[in-house]
Design a protein around this ligand. Structure first.
Ligand SMILES: Cc1cc2nc3c(=O)[nH]c(=O)nc-3n(C[C@H](O)[C@H](O)[C@H](O)COP(=O)(O)OP(=O)(O)OC[C@H]3O[C@@H](n4cnc5c(N)ncnc54)[C@H](O)[C@@H]3O)c2cc1C
Length: 309
């Protein structure tokens, strides 16, 4: 695959930038990282994730308010801006796209450089088809879904000094007046090795306790299907798996009371082993299963917990 001369990596959290770094090196000759709102010594570890150059501003501001600073550092060059596919990054992408006359592609699950153009692949029709978007502008902006790249291992021998960013004030009317810690769990299912996910087969919220017990017994993170998070609101958004939320790559994925609709299953298509518990032997999820138990979860799960004790 050919490479572009410049890859610029930025994001609204350091963890997400690290993930993007896993793919950045394969796409560009020179990888430059922009870190905002973190300490310089935290930003420095981006060298070990493969950055050739790292810029940092410790200023605590809304992510997209750094847009003019980014523009001042990259305009008149050519290359690709990679960002995680988060809400704040989408706002940033809109501003940068308009001001730099750059093509923007969101929700990418794969990126290729083909004859100096950027090709960004994304799922459409709820995961039934893959669309390829080609960006020909001098600067291309691609927002990458979580789980698209293997996380960089942090063993790169690159080193250097983190450069202080000269801030350029953005002409924005939005100011951050207060920040509160997030009350929801900060789980990152995209990085979990073992996931147990539940669906509408669970009848009551309190029954999640038994699933949590099973998670604790095997050291798995708890996940769910969309109706559990968005409909019933029994779990946070970060815990639902599928095309509209988390794309996971666990070693083991155990699905309990989930039917296996394509929008959910694309989120675990890269799982090494899929284990299914469902009372309906015709549930589509069995088509994806490496191992399956046809049975009532209210009998199977307690039996599993007992046998693990
Ligand atoms: C544009 C779009 C995007 C979407 N994005 C997502 C997404 O990202 N993620 C996602 O998850 N969904 C997504 N959906 C929704 C998706 O299509 C399904 O509706 C959803 O995944 C179904 O959730 P479920 O399997 O939990 O529920 P159901 O389809 O209702 O399945 C419940 C399953 O539980 C089994 N069951 C019931 N009782 C028991 C029991 N006692 N023991 C064992 N098994 C039992 C049933 O046999 C059934 O198979 C999206 C839909 C659209 C249209």
């Amino acid at each position: 695959m050919s490479k572009v001369s410049n890859i610029w990596v930025l994001g609204d959290t350091l963890g997400k930038i690290e993930e993007i770094m896993g793919g950045a090196k394969n796409l560009g000759e020179k990888v430059t990282c922009f870190v905002f709102g973190s300490k310089k010594d935290e930003a420095k570890k981006m060298f070990s994730f493969g950055a050739d150059e790292v810029f940092c501003s410790e200023e605590d501001d809304i992510f997209e308010n750094f847009s003019s600073t980014v523009i001042a550092n990259i305009e008149n060059q050519s290359g690709v801006i990679l960002m995680p596919n988060t809400k704040r990054c989408k706002v940033m992408a809109g501003i940068l796209g308009a001001k730099l006359n750059a093509g923007v592609s969101t929700e990418a699950n794969d990126i290729k450089i083909v004859e100096n153009s950027v090709e960004s692949m994304k799922m459409m029709y709820g995961g039934l088809a893959i669309a390829t978007e080609k960006i020909n502008s001098k600067i291309a902006i691609v927002l990458v879904n979580s789980g698209t790249f293997e996380q960089a291992n942090g063993n790169c021998s690159n080193d250097g000094e983190v450069k202080e960013l000269q801030l350029v004030k953005s002409n924005t009317s939005i100011k951050c007046i207060n920040k509160l810690p997030k009350t929801a769990s900060s789980v990152d299912l995209g990085k979990a090795k073992k996931i147990i996910a539940v669906g509408r087969g669970i009848a009551k919220e309190e029954d999640l306790e038994m699933i949590k017990e099973l998670c604790a017994a095997i050291g798995a993170e708890l996940g769910c299907s969309r109706p559990i998070a968005e409909g019933k609101k029994w779990m946070e958004h970060e815990r639902y798996i599928g095309i509209s939320s988390v794309m996971a790559k666990p070693d083991v994925y155990i699905s309990i009371g989930i039917s296996g609709q394509i929008q959910h299953m694309v989120g675990v298509k890269d799982a090494d082993k899929i284990i299914v518990i469902n009372k309906d032997k015709n549930a589509p999820i069995f088509d994806y299963a490496d191992y399956g138990i046809v049975g009532d979860l209210y009998k199977v799960v307690p039996a599993l917990i007992n046998s693990l004790k």
